[in-house]
Write a new protein. Structure first.
Length: 749
């Protein structure tokens, strides 16, 4: 999603008048398709047979984006979200009120409402807890409905193939099983609230630089086993009503007019029944996009309005093809419950949202380093505490772009008084680490330094019992990171504070990985991500041991950028980036920006698979995370068919805690696969000295390779070695099974 430019020049008056008249026809009651006992496919077909041509065309596009230009007349019923599709009132079909809602409902400040900011999607993935993801999605669904929306534009599943991608915080990490399961679970929880769910950005949306022009080249097998596998798993988990196609090209064609992606894979192979919506201004044609499988254009009617109507009337697009697009949209409304249970504005449960946000933040925090058990901090003997870092006295940072949730009363650093946030501003939430620490240590003297004056920060750190440095790295849509280093000389600040106080704790507020040249000289490191509305309260509960950290990394933290598959973010020539948001004008919209190619030569080797295959040491591996207690794993067993493995997990420490038992698999020699791939996991909570056997189901897809000759996944004959432990680099247990050639069903269930 982008902050859209005005598209009013493309409006066609005759079409608008016809659509305006349609919207005025009153709804009938007790129609046969209102029988909830009927399957959604049948109900959609019954409505379709009653629709006029103009009603069908009206469902294929939006009506303009509020705040960016003139809305079409029928857009008067828009709730003020990112997009709006008119319904068919006379047939009791509601319109779709769309809102960005990656980690909370956006634009609440401009509409005078309140939204809970949950931890970022990357933080959610760090919980490795599908049940937590269900609660995450359910809360967003409830708050969408309370604000009058009935469709989300969240649900980012793209893999962190490029660690400098500015949108990684919106996604679920580097592994397809983890990302697909966690984001799919969140969307399943959301749709249970009778909101149309969405998965995006389909596909290979792994960088923001030149995203309207980039042509992502990748071989079919690698595409199917990595980025598309994440979508496949998420679709099976969530059964969403919608999929959003991305801005970029994939192997030559724009994703929103890519027949291979939208029809061959999504519809034919995966049997997806919902509709495909374009990213905003992501449509570039009428006939080609329609033939490829794009169902709905946003935010306006550039290609899917009057041009589409003409294409149907002159036979370039068949009536059958038009009906199929509309049928998919109707199906999504019935399958999600939107048609039967329309959203009505109501009061948001603010306190309940804050409680859940804090719980999820606590569960997501990853303890990366803890030498000499510096953490947890104990009240006894803690007389002086240094708190150092930009704005750590009043706020913590959040992720930006279309996912940005408005803080109550506006940006904590630059209060607007209206609750507004501004595109590409760094937005800080009013959740204060300093205040939370004062409440946790009422008898201690706590001194604060912003770090702007390193000498002052160093002097404060030197005279305190412990120094806590809160460092940040801002990420946002519409940008990629220049590097993985902390900005504004924070690395230097940490070095100086750590030299002054050997008991230094570094807390990272980031959306993705960062490099840490100071890691060997700081005894404690905590990854807090973008923690949401109550991030500070959650952080201090972990620092003080009231919550035992249990988060596990959903991405690898490399030693340096030189170890990445691509040394720099691939960017287009300057002439191709004159307008970040893409072309403006009918001819330019059709053509799109001149392409430039990114060759994803790492192929199958995304994230930890790259580092293991290249034998590159890493700073912190995928799946890693410490605890205030310790765990042991034993007695790994696998069923002969490889579909279930079990092991025992024991809490060998003195404190109750949770861990994630992770199972990886090495495929047979000769398959040309990376050394290991995640095959399953189980999150388990244990009391001291408690042992529990956990059983982990293994999806046959995770034992398969994609055979391009047969266009299907298959399990090759040979020896499969399962390994289990606490991270991708700590796998003390192993067991082997021999499997015969077989073909699992890859379709979403």
């Amino acid at each position: 999603m982008t902050k859209a430019h005005s598209l009013a020049l493309y409006a066609v008056s005759s079409l608008l008048i016809a659509r305006f008249a349609i919207a005025q026809i009153p709804s009938a009651s007790h129609q046969p398709w209102e029988d909830r006992r009927l399957p959604p496919e049948q109900r959609a077909e019954m409505v379709l047979q009653q629709m006029t041509l103009d009603e069908k065309i009206a469902m294929l596009h939006g009506t303009g984006q509020p705040g960016t230009g003139i809305l079409a007349p029928e857009g008067r019923d828009s709730n003020g979200g990112a997009g709006y599709m008119v319904g068919v009132p006379r047939l009791a079909i509601p319109g779709l009120q769309m809102a960005d809602a990656a980690y909370g409902v956006t634009k609440s400040g401009t509409t005078g409402r309140y939204s809970t900011a949950l931890p970022s999607n990357m933080a959610l993935a760090a919980t490795w807890d599908p049940a937590a993801a269900l609660r995450y999605g359910s809360l967003i669904g409830r708050e969408l409905r309370a604000q009058g929306y009935n469709m989300t534009l969240g649900g980012g599943v793209d893999l962190a193939r490029e660690l400098r991608n500015g949108r990684n915080f919106e996604y679920g990490g580097e592994d397809p099983l983890l990302a697909g399961t966690m984001i799919g679970s969140a969307i399943r929880g959301l749709q249970a609230e009778h909101v149309v769910g969405d998965l995006k950005h389909y596909a290979m949306n792994d960088q923001e630089s030149g995203r309207n022009a980039v042509d992502e080249h990748i071989d079919e097998r690698s595409l199917r086993e990595t980025d598309l596998l994440a979508f496949q798993i998420a679709l099976r988990e969530a059964k969403p009503g919608a999929v959003m196609c991305s801005y970029n090209r994939v192997n030559g064609d724009f994703a929103c007019e890519n027949q291979h992606l939208l029809t061959d894979v999504l519809r034919t192979d995966w049997h997806f029944k919902g509709f495909v919506v374009s990213d905003w201004q992501g449509t570039h044609s009428t006939v080609k996009a329609s033939h490829a499988g794009l169902d709905h254009e946003e935010p306006d009617a550039i290609f899917y309005g009057q041009d589409y109507r003409k294409a149907v009337l002159d036979g370039r697009i068949s009536q059958q093809e038009l009906d199929e697009h509309v049928r998919r949209m109707l199906y999504a409304e019935f399958a999600s419950g939107v048609a039967d249970d329309p959203a009505h504005k109501s009061v948001v449960d603010v306190e309940g949202g804050l409680r859940l946000s804090q719980q999820l933040a606590e569960e997501s925090i990853v303890l990366l380093k803890n030498e000499k058990q510096l953490l947890p901090l104990r009240e006894n003997g803690m007389h002086r505490i240094a708190v150092i870092g930009s704005h750590a006295d009043i706020a913590m940072i959040s992720g930006g772009g279309s996912a940005q949730v408005d803080p109550p009363a506006g940006n904590a650093i630059m209060p607007s008084g209206q609750g507004d946030t501004h595109w590409m501003d760094k937005i800080w939430f009013p959740t204060s680490p300093l205040q939370a620490l004062k409440e946790a240590f009422p008898a201690a003297q706590i001194e604060f330094s912003s770090g702007d004056d390193p000498a002052e920060a160093t002097a404060i750190a030197k005279r305190c019992d412990v120094a806590i440095v809160l460092a940040w790295q801002w990420e946002s849509e519409a940008m990629d990171l220049a590097s993985l280093s902390l900005p504004e000389r924070q690395d230097e600040l940490i070095e100086r504070v750590a030299a002054a106080n050997p008991r230094t704790v570094v807390v990272l507020e980031t959306g993705s990985a960062v490099t840490m040249p100071w890691a060997s000289r700081t005894p404690a490191i905590v990854e807090a991500w973008y923690g949401g509305s109550h991030a500070a309260q959650a952080l201090v509960r972990v620092l003080t041991g009231k919550t035992n950290p249990a988060g596990k990394l959903p991405i690898t933290f490399p030693m340096s950028e030189a170890d990445l598959p691509h040394r720099t973010v691939k960017t287009p020539p300057p002439a191709s980036t004159e307008d970040f948001y893409g072309p403006q004008g009918a001819e330019r919209d059709h053509a799109g920006l001149p392409p430039f190619t990114v060759d994803n030569t790492e192929g199958l080797k995304v994230g930890y698979k790259w580092y293991q295959a290249a034998k590159k040491p890493v700073l912190f591996p995928f799946g890693f995370g410490l605890s205030y207690t310790s765990f042991a794993f034993s007695n790994l067993k696998a069923q002969p068919d490889g579909k279930t493995v079990s092991l025992f997990v024991t809490n060998t420490g003195s404190t109750s805690g949770s861990t994630v038992a992770q199972v990886y698999v090495a495929l047979p020699a000769g398959t040309e696969e990376p050394p290991l791939r995640l095959a399953g996991w189980a999150r388990v909570t244990l009391a001291p000295s408690e042992t529990r056997e956990v059983s982990i189901s293994i999806d046959p897809l995770l034992l398969s390779i994609f055979n391009t000759g047969t266009n299907a996944f298959q399990i090759v004959a040979g020896t499969y070695r399962f390994r289990a432990g606490s991270s991708s680099e700590d796998l003390p247990l192993s067991v082997e099974v021999n499997l015969a050639l077989s073909a699992p069903d890859p379709a979403p269930r």
